[in-house]
Design a protein around this ligand. Structure first.
Ligand SMILES: [Mg+2]
Length: 262
């Protein structure tokens, strides 16, 4: 990767010193259902060494418990509290800002709706204080209308993921959560609050999980615009893995290190 002029290429992650690891999932630990070569062995080694790690994803479709189960299935020891999704950050933000029992209109999976309810919100179609948007493959004009009407009546638009497009199996693509958020924001003429990477809050929450200061941690990721920028925004050193989405063009943020694989 010749564009990483200011990044240091590592032959092995062992060349740098750190006490805790924050890691993206898709493109770093697995792709689809398959583990990425080297990842399972590396995390097992860290676990044996007593090094703490936390996985961070902008995918709010599944709960931390569901992700932890998938990670364990691949052979990496992982408890639900070692996974943070962008939904946890969005809910942390929303529960601090709005009183228990506030209405929420949610576009997203059944798992996300259950978590919003468990966080103390009432799921409503009108009179919402917040409109929370995640990936929903059933998203349609009626849902867009309901979201816009709630926002026009005063609700805050909270997005869980800025990605407008996402790579899927077979080398193809599908529209991402960011595209759904943009359609609603455009119509309601508001600026959405978007949590999850690259916003630094998810990194700060992960640092609390591993009990480390920013300077003692590294962030592993395969995407500049989310993983690497989030690490930079939170003051954590970043390692770009070349196992995921290829970097196109000249990135606006350089990773501190570049690594072919774990
Ligand atoms: Mg990724």
């Amino acid at each position: 990767m010749n564009i990483m002029l200011t990044s240091q290429r590592l032959a092995s992650v062992e060349e740098i010193q750190f006490k805790a690891v924050l890691s993206d999932l898709d493109g770093v630990v697995y792709r689809g259902e398959d583990a990425i070569p080297g990842a399972v062995e590396r995390f097992n080694l860290w676990q044996k060494q007593g090094l703490r790690y936390c996985f961070i994803t902008n995918n709010a479709e599944k709960s931390p418990a569901e992700f932890a189960e998938k990670i364990r299935r691949l052979g990496i020891d992982c408890a639900p509290d070692q996974v943070l999704t962008s939904a946890e950050v969005a809910l942390d933000y929303a529960t601090k800002k709005y009183p228990v029992g506030s209405g929420a209109y949610v576009i997203g999976s059944a798992s996300l709706k259950a978590r919003v309810e468990a966080a103390g919100f009432e799921l409503v179609e009108s009179g919402a204080r917040v409109v929370i948007v995640a990936l929903d493959r059933k998203f349609d004009y009626t849902m867009m209308t309901t979201a816009v009407r709630n926002i026009l009546a005063g609700a805050e638009l909270i997005g869980t993921n800025p990605d407008v497009i996402r790579p899927i199996a077979g080398g193809s693509y599908e529209p991402g959560t960011g595209a759904i958020i943009a359609s609603i924001a455009t119509s309601a003429r508001v600026t959405p609050t978007i949590l999850g990477k690259p916003a630094p809050e998810i990194i700060r929450m992960a640092l609390e999980v591993v009990g480390a200061e920013a300077r003692d941690a590294i962030m592993l990721g395969d995407q500049i615009d989310t993983d690497i920028k989030a690490a930079r925004n939170a003051g954590v050193r970043s390692v770009l893995l070349e196992t995921g989405v290829p970097v196109k063009g000249t990135p606006s943020t350089m990773p501190d290190y570049v690594l072919a694989h774990l």
